[in-house]
Design a protein around this ligand. Sequence first.
Ligand code: FAD
Length: 278
Amino acid sequence: MLPPVASRFIAGESDAEVLEHARQLNQGQVGAICNKLGEHYHTREQATADAEAYERLVADIGDSGLRACVSVKPSQLGLFVDEGVFRANLARVVTAAEAAGVFVWIDMEDHTTTDATLDAFEHHAVEQGGGVGVCLQANLRRTPEDLERLAALPGKVRLVKGAYDPPADVAYQDGNAVNEAYEDCLRYMFEAFEDGIAVGSHDPRMLTLAADLHTRHGTPYEVQMLMGVRTDDQFELADTVDVWQYVPYGSRWPSYFWRRVLERKENALFALRAIAGS
Ligand code: FAD
């Protein structure tokens, strides 16, 4: 069972719990991006089991009428087993989601997976005429070129700074350089995209720039933030812009929980206080 200290960052272990969390977010005008925790699978069985779980979840979201969608990881759907396994599992999820009227995001993992992930996204974006989105990482040097490729396609793009640690020949290492790259990418997106822009960041500097670019160009956009991070601001922002919260759930929560706790001093203090008080 999920301990109370983890419930700041994770909605629960079951589908029922993630749907209930989505219902509560919707009451505050925030949408839910449901992510069943799981990654780096090396067997076909694990990947297929999660694809089936997503098929059930998107059907339940469709029946519930909730403002919710899903976000899947390529290595969760079998990319490290075989690219064909990933493509087949992704197709199952996308087909079920399309039938249920539910949007599917594809997370971006480490830089060795970028080509396979973008190829799979392009296939579904063209075939479905939308209904799918993909994440791009501003820290990768290749991202401006990838954005040019994606600008011509239907579907959405979530821009993030990048959560992995790629080598210097493929990625900016310095935080300032990553921030500047993020800003340049955002400027390009608001000029070149007609819609489908998702700003995946908690950084007030990036959120202010996005709002300014929206005022200047009129291009619609949405903001996406993680569950448990700047939660009050998410509800406040939802008065003026479309806000979606990325909501992890499922039994594989421990590694995600520790990643969140260890990435910021404030989160570590929060966890220590919660554990000490329990
Ligand atoms: P940071 O540089 O971490 O922080 C900048 C500023 O934001 C801080 O100075 C502070 O003002 C504010 N801030 C940040 N965190 C907090 C906090 N906990 N509390 C209060 N203020 C805070 N990465 C991938 O590589 N692939 C993905 O598919 C992916 N998907 C994502 C989806 C979503 C919805 C989000 C929000 C992030 C995703 N990420 C993904 C992670 C992303 O790459 C970054 O690692 C992460 O978002 C941290 O970067 P940041 O832009 O929030 O700013």
